[in-house]
Design a protein around this ligand. Structure first.
Ligand code: ZN
Length: 178
């Protein structure tokens, strides 16, 4: 198991449009494994490659009892309904806001074995998938809020960062937290 360093808001890679993966090789399979490990160690339910400093179209999602999702070159091919719900982000700790998302999505993605498959998701699982695909396009959830709300949360974020330098966060292994 290896944990990657998480990039926080302010790190330019979070604003990069990630490049397509194409063929899934051992490096990508390792990246997927590390994304799961890092996400779980940081108590997250989703993590995109941009967030660990790699601008490639790879992300993972895992919501409670539902099957985990591996996103490689994902494309949303169906969206249905609209629902507002609270979101946070491992790259913007302790900042939360309500974002409107599709209630149900069907996403086409490359599986680890290389074939294109379709995954259907609803509610929170659909929300996380949309949040992670946004990351691959350099979009963060704050971008979906009203300018006023966004300004307020950015102020709060900057305040929480006072005295801190850099935009990297080391994640501790599960169980190693005090
Ligand atoms: Zn995020």
């Amino acid at each position: 198991m290896s944990l990657r360093t998480i990039h926080l808001l302010g790190s330019p890679v979070l604003r990069e449009v990630a490049t397509p993966v194409g063929t899934v090789d051992s490096e990508i399979r390792q990246l997927v494994e590390d994304l799961f490990d890092t996400m779980r160690a940081d108590d997250g339910i989703g993590l995109a490659a941009n967030q660990v400093g790699i601008a490639q179209r790879v992300a993972v999602a895992e919501v409670s009892d539902e099957p985990s999702v591996i996103l490689i070159d994902p494309v949303i091919v169906e969206r249905e309904g609209k629902v507002k719900g609270e979101e946070g982000c491992l790259s913007i700790p302790d900042i939360f806001g309500d974002v409107e998302r599709a209630q149900r999505v069907v996403v086409e993605t490359t599986a680890l074995e290389g074939e294109r498959i379709r995954v259907e998701a609803t509610d929170l699982r659909a929300r996380v998938i949309q949040h992670e695909i946004d990351h691959l396009d350099g979009i963060i959830f704050l971008d979906h809020l009203s300018p006023l709300k966004r300004r307020m949360l950015m102020k709060k974020w900057k305040k929480s960062r006072k005295g801190m330098t850099g935009y990297l966060k080391q994640v501790s292994p599960v169980g190693a937290k005090g």
